[in-house]
Each structure stands twice: as structure tokens, then as C-alpha cells.
Design a binder for this molecule. Structure first.
Ligand SMILES: [Fe+2]
Ligand SMILES: [Fe+2]
Ligand SMILES: [Fe+2]
Length: 328
């Protein structure tokens, strides 16, 4: 699969200045209603906030994707995917989330989570399922319906947790995860279903990372049970929902295809997306965020180089590269 032609390259996903919610509600989504934007605690220019949100979405998707590539890779490559994925989540996503002040109070985080789950279960997945069924993509239709039901449960668990922390009671247990193994696959679905799968994968990847940030905030406030609920739910988003969708979308391909996809995404971030976002932040007077975008751009350039080197390693050089001069 040529993932650079899906229209979902990271360049598209994090276009500088783009309103990031467009990711979660592409043209044609029923009701054309956008996914709710998580509230920002930071006092920053609106364009800076939009770029930070888009960057968080791009980084969370990069993590989920590289983690999927890791699962189908052989040893030395698996380590590269794993290290890079961790940088995307624990350094880049975390840095952008801190600048955006993504995590608020436990109550605010639960309200944001409830809004996101409610959007997915009522407005996003049902039309995806209906369209997939109409296109004859039975497996995808079934998956979308199953996930919609899970998201309704998540919404209700978070609702119970919100009631528990505001009026007393117990925070519900975290849902159990039944991990789906990522496999090398090709997509056999219609173009519309493929696009819906990719939209859903972006939403699941962002939910995963967002809930980890909310869990960390809950833990810091001594709310261990709430932290567990966020962590457990985040694992369902990644290990069940994202993974099952990725297998139907044909996300993971050959080592070569996966590396080429990564080089393309990293290069776009390093050369266009983050430098543009930095420039906008500097112009708006948000200097620290501008510096953060530029630091991240440098990291992405290193990632691109690492992936290019890995591509070369797929064709090891045998013997000397240049002929020795023949003796006179
Ligand atoms: Fe990154
Ligand atoms: Fe969910
Ligand atoms: Fe990267």
C-alpha cells in the first residue's frame, strides 16, 4: 500500500495552521459535526493552540503507527520503531500537551473524555458503520458497530467516575483489554471505508495519548483509581480499536513500505510542518512554543535520517564500495 497517497500523510494531518479537528470529522461525515476540541488551559494565541492540537494529534498517531510497525518488524528494526515511537509519545506529545495545558482538573478531564466518547458513539461510528455496510464492507461495518458500543461504555464509565468524584461513590474499574495482534495486511475495502478507518484510527490514537495524560494528572493528585480507569481505557483505544482498524486499513506493510512512509512523515514535519508552526508562534509572540516546535523539527530530522539508514540496511553492501586501484 502506498500510504503516502492516502491523503492521510502526517503532512496533511498537521498542516500548519490547520484546525486540527478536521482530522476527526472529514468531509462527508454525517452531520458534518466536528469532534469536540479538548479544552486548553494555556493562555496562547489561537493559531498557536490550533497548531499545538494538530501536533499532538500527529504525534499520537505517529506513536500508534510506529508501535504497529514494531509489531511486524524483525529484531533490529523493531528496536528502532520502539525507540522512535517512545520519543513521539513521551517527549513530543508530552511536550506539546504540557504547552497546551491539555490536562486540567480531574473533573474537567472527565468531562472532555465524556464529550469525546459521546461524539464517537453517537456521531462518528454509526454513519461509518452504515456507509461500510452499504459498500459491502461487512467486516468494517461490524467492527465500527462493536467499537461504537465500547465507546458508549467508556462514556458511561467516565460519567460514573465524574459522579463519584463530585458527589461521592466509587470510580468504576478499568475495562479489560483484549489485544488485537497487528499483522501485515492489505486493505480490501472501498475508498470511503478506508478513509473512515483512517479517520477512526487518528481519533483512537489521540484518545490513547490523551487518556495517558489524564491518567498522569489523576495519579499526581492521588486519584489512583481514576488513573487506572484512564490508563485501562487508553489501552482499549490503542490495543483493540486502533489495532483492529489498522489491520482492516492495511496499515502495516513490508519493512520497506513502512520505512518509506516514516521517512515521508518525518521529513514533512522536519522541513515544513514544525518550522511553519514555529514561525507562526514567534509571530504571535509565543516564543517558548516556537522554540519547542523548532526543537521537535530537529528531532524529526534525526528520525528521518535513522529511517533512511534503516532502508539502506535492507540492502547490505557486500565487499568494498570502490574498486581498489589495480597495481602497476
Ligand atoms: Fe515527533
Ligand atoms: Fe473510548
Ligand atoms: Fe519523529
Amino acid at each position: 500500500m502506498d500510504k503516502t497517497r492516502t491523503g492521510w500523510s502526517r503532512a496533511t494531518a498537521i498542516g500548519a495552521g490547520a484546525v486540527a479537528v478536521a482530522l476527526l470529522a472529514p468531509a462527508g461525515a454525517a452531520g458534518a459535526q466536528s469532534a469536540p476540541v479538548p479544552p486548553a488551559g494555556a493562555n496562547l494565541n489561537q493559531a498557536t493552540l490550533s497548531n499545538l492540537l494538530a501536533a499532538m494529534q500527529g504525534e499520537s498517531y505517529a506513536y500508534a503507527k510506529y508501535d504497529a510497525y514494531r509489531q511486524v518488524a524483525s529484531r533490529p528494526l523493531a528496536g528502532l520503531w520502539s525507540r522512535t515511537a517512545n520519543t513521539e509519545l513521551r517527549d513530543h506529545f508530552a511536550g506539546f500537551a504540557a504547552a497546551y495545558k491539555l490536562a486540567g482538573t480531574n473533573a474537567a478531564n472527565l468531562q472532555a473524555a465524556i464529550a469525546g466518547e459521546n461524539y464517537e458513539t453517537t456521531l462518528m461510528y454509526p454513519p461509518f458503520a452504515a456507509r461500510a455496510a452499504a459498500a459491502g464492507d461487512k467486516q468494517a461495518a461490524q467492527l465500527f458497530n462493536e467499537i461504537a458500543a465500547d465507546e458508549a461504555d467508556h462514556r458511561d464509565f467516565f460519567g460514573q467516575a465524574l459522579a463519584a468524584i463530585t458527589t461521592g461513590g466509587s470510580v468504576p474499574s478499568a475495562p479489560t483489554v483484549q489485544p488485537v495482534k497487528i499483522v501485515v495486511s492489505t486493505s480490501n475495502v472501498s475508498a470511503q471505508t478506508k478513509n473512515d478507518l483512517l479517520t477512526a484510527m487518528h481519533g483512537e490514537a489521540f484518545a490513547h495519548a490523551k487518556y495517558l495524560a489524564y491518567a498522569q494528572a489523576a495519579r499526581a493528585r492521588g486519584s489512583a483509581r481514576l488513573a487506572q480507569l484512564f490508563t485501562g481505557t487508553s489501552n482499549v483505544e490503542l490495543r483493540e480499536h486502533f489495532a483492529a482498524e489498522a489491520n482492516l486499513a492495511g496499515l502495516a506493510g513490508s519493512s520497506r513500505a513502512n520505512l518509506l512512509d516514516a521517512v515521508s512523515g518525518e521529513t514533512a514535519e522536519a522541513t515544513v510542518i514544525y518550522p511553519d508552526a514555529a514561525q507562526q508562534a514567534y509571530q504571535a509572540g509565543d516564543r517558548a512554543v516556537g522554540n519547542l516546535f523548532m526543537e521537535t523539527a530537529h528531532d524529526e530530522a534525526r528520525h528521518a535520517t535513522g529511517f533512511i539508514n534503516a532502508l539502506w540496511s535492507l540492502v547490505p553492501i557486500r565487499g568494498p564500495m570502490v574498486k581498489s586501484p589495480s597495481p602497476r
